[in-house]
Design a protein around this ligand. Structure first.
Ligand SMILES: [Zn+2]
Length: 285
């Protein structure tokens, strides 16, 4: 069923687990995400990254078939625009039926971030859509930006003020994770006291970005301290790529549509593992 991310995260917050938000960029990848959620009887969020939406299938094309897929399964599915920074495009996404948007104005100064975010919160009300925002920011491994540094972490006091001023539904918190693929054998250090302070003061759902490669302990502890949404993109994509490499090596004549279909089904096992860690298994009802 297609639901609002607001209700989904409210339940997760009340019951102390997190919902996985997985990056998809076409119908096949979205179908793999829904497949994993159905198998695990878990709520799920399909995260459509603004950059992908603009580059591959824009919101007017991609969102309706995904909503249709969501309506056809019994588990709750929400669709969230990930890292929306283009306000005009974000508004189009809401018009096209997104049940949630993330407005990422984290590169602006505090007052501007508040003003931009607040205007989106007001606009989203018309659509009964929820709004996620970000204070502090996360790096990107492998694209020159590097790891998240201490100075990029979310300042809890600033975050608390931001939440009170904007009325957002969920906040992305930077406390040690980085987007992208960590080097082999590297596990990031998470600073849970940041999450803990914001959670205790505001009680709203908090979001971990760059969940891929965080390690099971960091994921479990994040949930314990109040993370209710965990974004994972890289690990799902790597699993798809690895399947393709192996399958084509074994059989260069693999039927192409079936090859793609199987790559998403195989990769969805990675999502099942994250659903277990996040504690949302059997939380569909
Ligand atoms: Zn992110």
């Amino acid at each position: 069923m297609y639901v609002s991310m607001r209700e989904m995260l409210r339940k997760a917050n009340a019951e102390g687990y997190a919902v996985m938000a997985i990056n998809a960029f076409n119908l096949e990848s979205a179908s793999g995400v829904i497949h994993a959620a159905s198998k695990m009887h878990s709520p799920i969020i399909i995260d459509l990254l603004q950059e992908h939406v603009k580059k591959y299938f824009d919101c007017d094309v991609i969102v309706k078939p995904i909503i249709k897929m969501a309506q056809q399964v019994s588990v709750p599915v929400a669709i969230n625009l990930d890292h929306g920074s283009d306000v005009a495009h974000l508004k189009r996404c809401l018009h096209e039926g997104f049940s949630s948007v993330m407005i990422d104005a984290s590169s602006y100064r505090f007052e501007e971030n508040v003003a931009i975010t607040k205007s989106i919160v007001e606009f989203a009300q018309e659509f009964n859509a929820s709004v996620e925002a970000e204070v502090g920011n996360m790096g990107l491994v492998g694209a020159g930006a590097g790891f998240t540094e201490t100075k990029m972490y979310t300042d809890p006091d600033v975050a608390i003020k931001f939440i009170q001023k904007t009325g957002i539904d969920a906040l992305a918190v930077s406390y040690g994770s980085t987007h992208g693929d960590y080097p082999e054998g590297y596990t990031p250090t998470f600073h849970f006291e940041i999450v803990d302070k914001i959670k205790k003061e505001t009680g709203i759902p908090l979001v971990l970005h760059g969940g891929s490669g965080s390690g099971a302990d960091n994921i479990r502890k994040s949930v314990k301290y109040g993370i209710n949404k965990i974004n994972v993109g890289t690990d799902y994509m790597i699993a798809q790529r690895n399947f393709l490499i192996k399958a084509l090596r074994d059989n260069p004549n693999y039927d192409y549509p079936e090859l793609l279909h199987q790559s998403y089904l195989e990769a969805s096992k990675v999502i099942e593992n994250y659903i277990n860690l996040a504690g949302s298994k059997n939380k569909a009802l």
